[in-house]
Design a protein around this ligand. Structure first.
Ligand SMILES: Nc1ncnc2c1ncn2[C@@H]1O[C@H](COP(=O)(O)OP(=O)(O)O)[C@@H](O)[C@H]1O
Ligand SMILES: [Mg+2]
Length: 277
């Protein structure tokens, strides 16, 4: 591995995606290597969720191409059962909306679904479900119906269902949206831990405050659905012009000691409202 350099997980070339009546993405190219922690940043509607769905093979490019683990990822490839099984085993997606992900009568069955679907023997499935329940602290919920749980609990169950498959790559869409601070902290820690264990983590988020915890590199989508910028996460966050142009921060105008003035506003850091001069 070392002498060959990093393995590409995803390679995107001029990827476009058109919905019936809207542009989702317009010519995106980048590469993700195994073990990376990558953030996909962009304002509402810039195309982050579209991009994650493409990476998960749920939809396919209208133009350009995506390669996954060195093979072309398209409709034809995923029609091959062997390829599809291998791909589904290696890539897991935690949806933004847990309700769209959870469908089983109880938490245990929800987590067992993936491993069973992969054809693992019953005792190994049970082992995996037990381990996953333990890792996420969900043992007490094992017999509860997922749809009766709180938002944070649902998010953990959705993550558990994905982790039980033990994928190499985890895709998260706005994982912290709507979570209470404690669950958010737990999730961020878990994501960092999974990355330390060698997993590739790709997270779409508008929450700039979590970026340095969940990513070492960041890609910014502009409101024109094109790549607006890319670089080490800390550098991207420090690039005010880029964040402003992508509408990830905004200027706001207010008065200090009778002087009206404006400055970029974001939630990256607490901004200081005392100004000199
Ligand atoms: N199912 C859909 N049908 C039509 N347009 C869609 C659909 N989903 C997303 N879009 C459009 O595609 C663009 C990108 O959306 P999305 O990927 O959801 O952005 P983000 O996740 O960054 O908010 C937006 O203009 C959005 O309105
Ligand atoms: Mg989205």
């Amino acid at each position: 591995m070392a002498e060959r350099g990093p393995h590409p997980v995803f390679e995107l070339e001029a990827v476009r995606y058109s919905y019936m009546d809207a542009t989702g993405l317009d010519g995106i190219g980048f590469r993700v290597d195994a073990g990376e922690k990558l953030a996909l940043l962009g304002a509402n509607g810039s195309g982050k969720s579209t991009l994650l769905k493409l990476l998960d093979g749920l939809i396919f490019p209208s133009g350009g191409q995506i390669r996954a683990f060195g093979s072309r990822l398209d409709e034809t490839a995923l029609q091959d059962e062997g390829f599809a099984r291998g791909f589904r085993r290696r890539v897991g997606f935690v949806f933004q909306n847990s309700d769209a992900q959870l469908f089983s009568p109880n938490v245990w069955e929800e987590i067992a679904f993936g491993p069973l679907h992969l054809g693992l023997p019953q005792d190994e499935v049970e082992e995996r479900v037990k381990d996953t329940l333990h890792i996420l602290g969900l043992e007490h919920l094992r017999d509860r119906p997922p749809y009766h749980l709180s938002g944070g609990e649902k998010k953990k169950v959705a993550l558990a269902a994905v982790l039980a498959i033990n994928p190499d790559v985890l895709l998260f869409d706005e994982p912290t949206a709507g979570l209470d601070p404690k669950t958010e902290e737990f999730l961020i820690q878990m994501m960092a831990e999974l990355n330390r264990a060698g997993k590739t983590i790709i997270t779409a988020t508008q929450d700039l405050g979590i970026v340095t915890h969940i990513a070492s590199r960041a890609i910014v989508l502009g409101e024109d659905h094109r790549l607006a910028g890319e670089g080490p996460a800390a550098e991207v966050l420090a690039d005010r012009e880029l964040l402003l142009s992508a509408n990830l921060v905004h200027y706001h105008t207010h008065r200090h000691d009778g002087l009206e003035h404006s400055h970029p506003h974001s939630h990256v850091e607490k901004h200081d409202h005392r100004h000199r001069g």
